[in-house]
Design a protein around this ligand. Structure first.
Ligand code: DAH
Length: 339
């Protein structure tokens, strides 16, 4: 039996040393020390020994078991160290490898122009105020002197949430909201999104952007409006820019005008951008209608004011010579990177 034990130890030493991963090491452990293992089988056979033989064989058997257990533990540690080393090598980060480039976007031309407009107006002392895009009929139309049966509603058909709540068709309701809570002097602009029930084509979109302006104080005249707009146009389009006011009609201003600037491409001679006209229409404006002032609790006998509203898309398209509005909404980087 002693020989058998020594033979098992020898075999186990060789076999354990040859294991090259933890799975085969575990297999070997089961084969020697497991319930049906070789060493276990020998220990079971001890009962057949004489009482004199038993202590010596028992001691040797324990020694062999301890040796094998020790070898397994050692081998296991060695294999784990190798595995860790391998893993570290595989996962090593090459800090000198070139990094992945993160694509840097561009400001959208609409955002750029809006910012430019805001800068020009704030430099003239205008405050920027915001109004809701979901608006009451009351503010979008009624208080702007556009009652339910007024034909001006036809050109500003929009999206209705209820009979009295809609997506605003213009930024003009911000005039009313401002005058209701702020007493003159008032000098504000309000840029933002507006909506109309228009089919998409090269010059129409159901969502677009406007910038509203309002000045109310004692003694404000059409001359103030014209002077302010002229300064604005020169800032935006260049010092040679000229201004032209054409009579027009808006329900919330009286008198009203459409405002053109001399073409900043040809200087007024006529070209493709101004379609041979020499002039480009950029906004609507006028003196705030007494009904509108009165409706907001401002006495038209004491105060007067002017208002104007411009389409930001239109200015962007003119400024960058873009002939199709849809390009502004497609988010094609090849297009957007040009500005
Ligand atoms: N709200 C008008 C529109 O969408 C533009 C406009 C015209 C605004 C004259 C004004 C104004 O404030 O005075 O067509």
């Amino acid at each position: 039996m002693k020989e058998l034990l020594l033979a098992i130890r020898q075999k186990a030493e060789a076999e354990l040393a040859a294991t090259c991963d933890e799975a085969t090491l575990e297999e070997a452990r089961v084969r020697y020390l497991g319930k049906k293992g070789e060493l276990t089988a020998v220990l079971r056979g001890m009962g057949k020994l004489t009482p004199e033989e038993r202590p010596a064989v028992g001691q040797l058997a324990n020694e062999v078991r301890e040796t094998i257990e020790g070898l397994i533990a050692e081998r296991k540690a060695a294999l784990q160290a190798v595995a860790l080393e391998k893993k570290l090598k595989e996962e090593k980060i090459d800090v000198t490898a070139p990094g992945k480039k993160i694509a840097v976007g561009e400001r959208h031309p609409l955002a750029k122009v809006e910012e430019e407009l805001c800068t020009i107006f704030t430099s003239m002392g205008f405050d920027i105020v915001e109004g809701p895009e979901v608006e009451y009929d009351h503010y979008n139309f009624e208080k702007l002197n556009i009652p339910k049966d007024h034909p001006a509603r036809d050109t500003q058909d929009t999206f209705y949430i209820t009979e009295n709540i809609l997506l605003r068709s213009q930024t003009s309701p911000v005039q009313v909201r401002t005058m209701e809570v702020q007493k003159p002097p008032i000098r504000i602009i309000s840029p933002g999104r507006v909506y109309r029930s228009d089919a998409v084509d090269a010059t129409h979109s159901p969502v677009f952007h406007q910038l509203e302006g309002l000045v109310v104080d004692k003694g404000i005249t059409m001359g103030d409006l014209k002077g302010m707009l002229e300064y604005f146009a020169k800032q935006l389009f260049g010092a040679d820019t000229k201004l032209r006011l054409r009579p027009h009609h808006f329900p919330f201003t009286e008198p009203s005008a459409e405002v053109d600037v001399s073409c900043f491409v040809c200087g007024g001679k006529g070209c493709r951008v101004c379609k041979g006209e020499g002039w480009i229409e950029i906004l609507g404006a006028g003196m705030v209608h007494p009904n509108v002032l009165r409706g907001c609790g401002i006495d038209p006998e004491v105060y007067s004011g002017f208002a104007f509203g411009l389409g930001i898309e239109r200015i962007v398209m003119r400024k960058y010579n873009i002939d199709d509005m849809r390009l502004l909404y497609e988010n094609d980087l090849r297009f957007l990177k040009q500005f």
